[in-house]
Design a protein around this ligand. Structure first.
Ligand code: HDE
Length: 695
């Protein structure tokens, strides 16, 4: 059995770490021909007027251009994903540290410095394609690795557990969580009766519900979000030894979330908040980075680790028991050219495995193995979607799959079958041991046919309590507010009451606060579980994180210190931070073209910090006041130099409050103070001031 502790990752050789070139899609590119043509290549003289019998006459059927143009348009959409419909994606490069060779023979993980092109699609789960990005929801984090040995898909989420233990419940869960079928509302929300009805009755959902009510459900950016494979996978090394692992994506920028009010404002003022952040950042060269890590557990016959059932997807293995060991790095560095062709048509499937990676008997994972291909057959219109450029493997494909709708390959040869004596059409099998074939582990399978869970699956509360007790006080407070908000949106009192009885089994204090917020009595029969917290689960800690891609708004007006703005911009750029000047009127300020937002177009949610330039202290503007007050409420860093702090007073903000950075000028020392404040994500020390008066 391989060692659970991997060798430390050796430093990557920078010479070998240059980004891969785009290798996909021969069809990529502009239509560069000389003239407009029809789909048949016939040159067209006029695409503005249809062919009619006289200027006032009826349109003629004969107009092939009109018919083709309208017909194709009529069929431009494909069905949206039944879940995870709203998403965005980017290409990147994965580089292996090489230390995973002791646990897997998968080349893209085992070979040091090996680079593999990937495509990642991030998504929300519940909303339709056009819904807002910043809703409270689980996020999908799906990665396709185009490895030399075939495609491997890691189709994970940003939460490590799931609502159900058996895939057969998935349609029930989604029917309850999505909109009500009579009116198709609410959109992209769990704050409604059917969701809370289901999860209060189906209590194995409790652990995931805790995550969904935590700040993890409203990430600041896909850059600051963890990813989890959720299920336990089985890795196989070159010697045939196995280990059970859980996959983790750790964001280099740390885990950071929006404030709930910010998320709600952003959903209105910029529904594309996360999508824009990803694509703008890549355009600016401020790439998103994550480390891939594994928790390695011995492959014991009972498939448990320290009493935790590794086949139960409602359970985590705390990092304190099995550390997450980094095995490679992902850099997302290239935007798509065509959303439909790439992001919309990509098809992930956890059955896309490469030698060295196997699935386990987790009943949720097993059901997924069926569902993804099945749904893609109708979503992408037939069995040939693997030929779409975005889905095409980079490894050679010699399948004997033929014909079907949308076949785009002209297969040659007369013998697409095996065995054959004719050759010329079918490649031979990659017979083991040495041809790199995917050989399933010969694990014995036995058991009686039953519809039953293992006894260990009955514990629905201990890890929900573990999660709650591992959070920092400010995160716990946010969770109280989230439960109170969501349950407060339910119309049915019995549902709220039932959910309180579920929460009572998690934590009495949490239940009492939520009950008080709902104006309901807290259940008395509380039996919360005893737990040992896992500090690794808290996202608000003393750590300071890299600030690449963060955005600082600078309020300026006529007479503002433009040299100061320039030097702040230069200093922040060195940290990968973008500076945006906000002024009363757009365009040119005091002769310089530096204004990117006006008070009318700017909203606080798009900035991680707001600074008032010297010389702008006397501005009087209601929108600027709102901007500053929101930034204050959301515990963002706020700064002012020179007379800038006068504007704080105008906005009713105490310049001496925590997290307010004041300075005589915008020199280097000031920029470093601002960078340090951003690295803490928020001015957490201001939080006590922000509580509602009643609490
Ligand atoms: Fe999915 N899920 N899922 N899911 N899922 C889909 O596949 C399904 C589950 C996840 O960006 C669908 O191609 C079942 C867990 C992501 O294209 C569908 C069950 C996790 C994405 C489907 C689950 C996920 C999907 C819809 C219970 C985290 C978006 C479109 C057995 C580990 C992938 C599609 C993308 C998409 C079914 C549970 C993650 C219907 C039946 C657990 C990230 O096949």
């Amino acid at each position: 059995m391989p060692e659970p502790t991997l060798p430390s990752p050796a430093a990557l050789d920078p010479a070998d770490s240059t980004p891969l070139k785009a290798s996909l899609a021969p069809e990529r590119g502009l239509q560069t021909g000389e003239y407009l043509t029809s789909g048949q290549g016939v040159r067209l003289p006029d695409t503005d007027h249809s062919l009619k019998a006289g200027t006032r006459g009826p349109t003629l059927m004969e107009d092939f251009h009109l018919r083709e143009k309208i017909t194709h348009f009529d069929h431009e959409r494909i069905p949206e994903r039944v879940v995870h419909a709203r998403g965005t994606g980017a290409y990147g490069v994965f580089t292996a540290y090489g230390n995973a060779a002791s646990i897997t023979r998968a080349g893209f993980l085992a070979e040091k410095n090996k680079q593999t092109e990937v495509f990642v699609r991030f998504s929300t789960v519940l909303g339709s394609r056009g819904s807002a990005d910043t809703v409270r929801d689980t996020r999908g984090f799906a990665t396709k690795f185009y490895t030399d040995e075939g495609n491997f898909d890691l189709v994970g989420n940003n939460m490590p557990v799931f609502f159900i233990q058996d895939g057969i419940k998935f349609p029930d869960l989604i029917h309850a969580a999505k909109w009500h079928p009579d009116r198709e509302i609410p959109q992209a929300q769990t704050a409604h009766d059917t969701f809370w009805d289901f999860v209060s009755l189906h209590t194995e959902a409790t652990h995931h519900v805790m995550w969904a009510m935590s700040d993890r459900a409203i990430p600041r950016s896909y850059r600051t979000m963890e990813g989890f494979g959720v299920h336990t996978f089985r890795l196989v090394n070159a010697a045939g030894e196995t280990a059970l692992v859980k996959f983790h994506w750790k964001p280099v920028a740390g885990v950071h979330s929006l404030a709930w009010e910010e998320a709600q404002i952003a959903a209105g003022v910029d529904p594309d908040f996360h999508r824009r952040d990803l694509t703008d950042s890549i355009d600016a060269g401020l790439f998103f980075e994550y480390e891939l890590g594994v928790q390695v557990m011995p492959d014991t016959p009972d498939e448990t680790f320290q009493g935790i059932d590794l086949l139960d997807p409602t359970k985590i293995v705390p990092e304190e028991l099995a550390p997450v060991q980094p095995i490679g790095k992902l850099v997302l560095n290239r935007n798509t050219d065509n959303f439909h062709a790439e992001t919309e048509q990509i098809a992930f499937h956890m059955g896309n495995l490469v030698p060295g990676i196997e699935v386990t008997n987790d009943p949720l994972l097993q059901a997924r193995l069926f569902s993804y291909l099945d749904t893609q057959l109708s979503r992408l219109g037939g069995p040939n979607f693997n030929q779409l450029p975005i889905n095409r493997p980079h490894a050679p494909v010699n399948d004997n799959l033929r014909d079907g709708m949308h076949q785009s390959v002209v297969h040659r040869g007369i013998a697409p079958y095996l065995p054959t004596s004719l050759g010329n059409g079918a490649a031979p099998e990659a017979t083991p041991p040495d041809k790199g074939a995917y050989v399933h582990l010969p694990k014995p399978v036995k058991g009686e046919k039953i519809r039953e869970n293992p006894a260990s699956y009955a514990d629905h509360y201990s890890q929900a309590a573990l999660f709650y007790h591992s959070l920092s006080p400010v995160e716990q407070e946010h969770m109280v507010e989230a439960f109170t908000f969501e349950l407060g949106k339910c119309y049915e009192t019995p549902i709220r009451e039932r959910m309180l009885t579920v929460l009572a089994k998690v934590d009495a204090g949490l239940t009492a606060k939520v009950a008080a917020g709902l104006g309901l009595p807290a259940p008395q029969d509380t039996t919360p579980a005893e737990v040992v917290p896992s500090p690794a689960l808290a996202q608000v800690t003393d750590r300071v994180w890299p600030i690449t891609g963060r955005i600082v708004g600078v309020i300026a007006g006529p007479g503002a210190d433009l040299d100061g703005i320039d030097s702040l911009r230069t200093a922040m750029k060195a940290h990968g931070v973008v500076l945006r000047v906000i002024a009363p009127i757009g365009g040119i300020l005091d002769g310089k073209e530096i204004v990117e937002r006006t008070f009318q177009t700017a909203r606080s949610v798009e900035f991680d910090a707001i600074v008032i330039a010297g010389g702008a202290g006397k501005l009087v503007d209601l929108q600027a006041t709102v901007l500053l007050q929101e930034a204050f409420r959301h515990a963002k860093a706020i700064g002012a130099w020179g007379d800038g702090e006068q504007l704080l007073l105008t906005a009713g903000i105490d310049p001496a409050a925590p997290g307010i950075l004041r300075s005589a000028d915008a020199g280097k020392a000031y920029a470093e103070q601002l960078a340090a404040a951003l690295g803490k994500h928020r001015a957490w020390e201001r939080m006590p001031l922000l509580k509602p008066a009643a609490s």
